[in-house]
Design a protein around this ligand. Sequence first.
Ligand code: HEM
Length: 437
Amino acid sequence: MFNQRGRSGGITSGPAKEPFVVPAAADISVDRRHLVSLLNRLRTPKGQAAPYPLYAELRSMGDVVPAPWDGFLVTGFDVSGQILRNRSWPVPDSSWRARQEESVRWHTPASMEMSKTLAGLNGPQHARHRRSLGRVFDRGVIDTLRPVVEQAVGELLDMLGERLHEGEADFVALVSEELPVVTVGHWLGIPAADHALVRQFTHDQVYAQELLPTKSQLALSEAASAGLRDYFTAFVRDRRRNLSDDALSGWIRTWDELEPDREAADDALQRLTMFVTIAALETAATLLSAVVWLLDANPEQREWLRAHPEKAGDAVEEVLRYDPAIHVSSRTAPEDTELCGVRIPKDSLVHVMIGAANHDPRRHQDPETFDVRRKTGHLAFGGGPHYCLGAALARLEATTLLRGLLRRFPTLRVSSPPSFFPRVAFRRMAELNVVTA
Ligand code: HEM
């Protein structure tokens, strides 16, 4: 047990070589050793490959678990949904970050940059920015993007087929990482020649949004944030000179009406375009890989889907429940309050553990069983005012790919266990080798 106040620094026990960068510890009491060990195990290759037994351990500590820093981990499905949907629980915005005096974690430029765009804005400011994007993926836009996604899936599966002809292929590099950038690149007009650069930036940037980034991860994120800022500043400037009927041109027209100060409008546009790109690339790839991985682990369900391809959408929902791409979404307590019997002081960080909540046995019977036929329901896309704007696009990419795989590669098999990057909040598969039997 521990009880400390005002000490900042890292949790150093356990296998992680580098200390985490965490906010100051709070006046709270938890089984620190157990929790630290669990959080450390979550970051190991073994923990990344199988986080769900660890989440079950975490859930067994309570629906709301005091973290070894000034924060709380929320594991229960119902309470997680209530927090995400509740407008009075703000995301950690720039004023909250400015109040975290001792913490390196919240003051890095990369972290402050994030607080200036959608996921870091609250109230009317958030509503203004979100509304400025319009109905991002309504039925009309999805109908326009469907042939683009179908063509991209067709071409990527052609390439996969060629590689499989020679032997083993890495599904992550060949397909999962490509489809999102091709799709979003088409939608926003990012040239193919820039895809690899932008994708590397988003991979690195996202560490600033991790649950427990290390110092070197924060440094990577700093460099990537600067790269993304330069890239999307030039990107918006160039589009201004060539306005057409694409999404970004629409946002530029909207901001020119909303914001008389051109520099402020361009700042907002650069951040929005950058954030949407990060949000799209750092999630969908994980979903696509998880579809292949989980169906390989459940071959009888894959066979059933081959006979029922119209159920591909249900299978994607179960993948989103079972192994969501984002495992943590954070809010702050609006006032001194109590959650599930745990006292939460005003301003505390509250981390909704989406991966744990989606496996809450009170919400899903037998939650550790992957079952494409279950009536699912999940928090993979969050909830409330920050609910994911790209959910429809992610679903389109995943169902199109799944149908293509079932049709064209009925004997596709995973040939070695996948490897993962050491990320907890934004899950990312590094390699998934496949062969045809
Ligand atoms: C499997 C794919 C995806 C998953 C699992 C996912 C998940 C999420 C989650 C959990 C949130 C935070 C919600 C909350 O805090 O309540 C979010 C926000 C967001 N997502 Fe996604 N996302 C995915 C794909 C995409 C795509 C493809 C796009 C865009 C093309 C996108 C754009 C956004 C944006 C802009 C936000 C911020 C919304 C706001 O703060 O108002 N996402 N997403």
